[in-house]
Ligand binder design. Structure first.
Ligand code: GLN
Length: 488
């Protein structure tokens, strides 16, 4: 069995029946990470040999966790989860070398489960971007084609899983940042229902949209992650109190699962002028396959979705402008040299610490929140958000799940930043609605033409996370795109 290509449950099983040791599993992944990181820059901070050994020894001694299926499984955390053992930079100069005094709840939870963290994965600065090119620490290269971007903002996490440096990585998704890079790198990414995983210790971009989640090879691996990560957290008042029932034990065992299921699709989205023909073709193949398994696919129309993009690019920057005001050069983060006075300290620290895209969002956000514009922009956008929620609610009276492409194109060439930012924003057109409505959504790989990876997105009703994972798992039972080995 190839360690790098194995699923998490296969690795856990091999550990239990002693056909593999902790050392064999972890060292194999760590060697791959060390070999590939200089090429693709997936980790901003990859443990050196000594730190890795310390992490490993800590987990090995943690016998209490050995019954968990994540015990001894290597992991990378997106660099916006606060960690005591590694710097937390958010891909920004603003937080260069910053050491958090505490671990994020998610980090703590996965530590308790016995995961071995290799370090922190690269990301767009403060999670703003779709190409991982706004990172102060350099872009991530797509492991399948170095001339292409890995996607963003969780580009490092997606690339690390695609390149088999780790079997699992954490990500965050505010407008598509788990699903879009997963689609570009040919892996599976899951954005849970808003509130399912604690946001405590996850540096905020837009708090009402931010959600943590997994990037892994398969929906099954994502389900293993969710069974550990999804629980209420008194430290995060938005974390859901609805109990999580284990998904892994309940995953469907056959594609009969699709008999009698109804899947909605959006003809108006498929007619979107920016949608590449190969993506449309992949969508049609996926839909036909699901129909052949007994699902009924029905067209639906969600009028309000036309306004999702503009609403997002008002609400997210508005929240970001407020969240990022804490980086003032006083308490933590970059501080300018020899400030003349307090105002100069604020101004120059922020000017020097933030990159262009972050500044653009802060300016946009401050503008839409300013007196006189608030009603025209922010309030309108909130109303749109409500309409989108209502439209989805009505749609889910008729269908069990919605199927869409994850992205309008496959991974594009490096250097996108030189282009129009709006062109980059349009990347998120299919992913943003799930964040505005707080829905669970998953991207799974399909590559019918054996070319660049393509992601198909499943959207489910709020708190039907298990259903989304079941759909994707049933799809992956007899398809093999998610199992395509990484070229050695
Ligand atoms: N690409 C989107 C943005 O730049 C989404 C980012 C995210 O989900 N964090 O805002």
């Amino acid at each position: 069995m190839s360690i790098l290509e194995s699923s998490i449950l296969q690795l856990a099983f091999a550990l239990k029946n002693k056909s593999l040791t902790l050392e064999e599993i972890s060292n194999t992944f760590y060697a791959q990470a060390q070999k590939l990181n200089p090429q693709i820059n997936a980790f901003i901070h990859l443990s050196n040999q000594e730190d890795y050994q310390n992490q490993f020894n800590k987990v090995k001694a943690q016998a209490s966790a050995s019954s968990s299926s994540l015990y001894g499984i290597p992991l990378g955390h997106k660099d916006l989860f606060c960690t005591k053992d590694f710097p937390t930079t958010c891909g920004s100069k603003m937080l260069e070398g910053y050491m958090s005094p505490f671990d994020a709840t998610l980090v703590e939870t996965l530590d308790h489960a016995g995961m071995i963290s290799f370090g922190k994965t690269n990301m767009d600065e403060f999670a703003m971007g779709s190409a991982n090119e706004t990172s102060f620490y350099g872009p991530v290269l797509n492991p399948l084609d170095h001339s292409k971007v890995a996607g963003g903002s969780s580009g490092g996490s997606a690339a690390a899983v695609a390149a088999r440096m780790v079997p699992l990585a954490s990500g965050s998704d505010t407008g598509g940042s788990i699903r879009q890079p997963a689609a570009f790198c040919g892996v599976t990414g899951f954005k849970p229902t808003y509130g399912r995983i604690s946001r405590w210790g996850m540096v905020a971009y837009a708090s009402s949209l931010d959600q943590a989640g997994p990037i892994a090879k398969s929906a099954e691996d994502c389900a293993v992650f969710m069974d550990h990560a999804a629980h209420p957290d008194p430290k995060d008042s938005t974390s859901s109190l609805i109990p999580w029932t284990s998904v892994v034990d309940q995953l469907p065992q056959s594609t009969d699962f699709f008999q009698g299921k109804t899947i909605g699709y959006l003809p108006t989205w498929l007619a979107h002028e920016g949608l590449d023909s190969n993506i449309l073709e992949a969508f049609n193949i996926t839909k036909a396959y699901l129909e052949s398994l007994g699902a009924t696919c029905v067209p639906i129309d969600l009028q309000s979705l036309h306004y999702a993009m503009p609403a997002y690019y008002i609400l997210a920057p508005a929240e970001a402008s407020s969240n990022l005001s804490r980086f003032d050069g006083v308490r933590f983060g970059h501080q300018c040299e020899a400030p003349r006075d307090l105002e100069d300290l604020y101004k120059r620290s922020r000017q020097e610490g933030f990159g262009r895209e972050v500044k653009r969002r802060i300016l946009t956000g401050t503008y839409v929140l300013s007196e006189g514009y608030f009603d025209a922009y922010y309030k309108q956008a909130q109303k749109i958000r409500r309409l989108i929620c209502n439209d989805f609610e009505a749609a889910f009276q008729k269908v069990d799940m919605i199927l869409t492409p994850t992205t309008p194109t496959t991974a594009f060439d490096q250097g996108i930043l030189q282009r129009d930012p709006v062109e980059v924003y349009l990347q998120d057109i299919f992913t943003i609605p799930a964040n505005l409505a707080g829905l669970p959504a998953l991207s799974m790989p399909v590559e019918p033409n054996d070319q660049a990876p393509i992601g198909m997105q499943l959207l489910g009703p709020r708190f039907k996370d298990a259903e989304v994972l079941n759909f994707a798992h049933a799809f992956q039972l007899e398809t093999s795109w998610h199992k395509r080995p990484f070229p050695a």
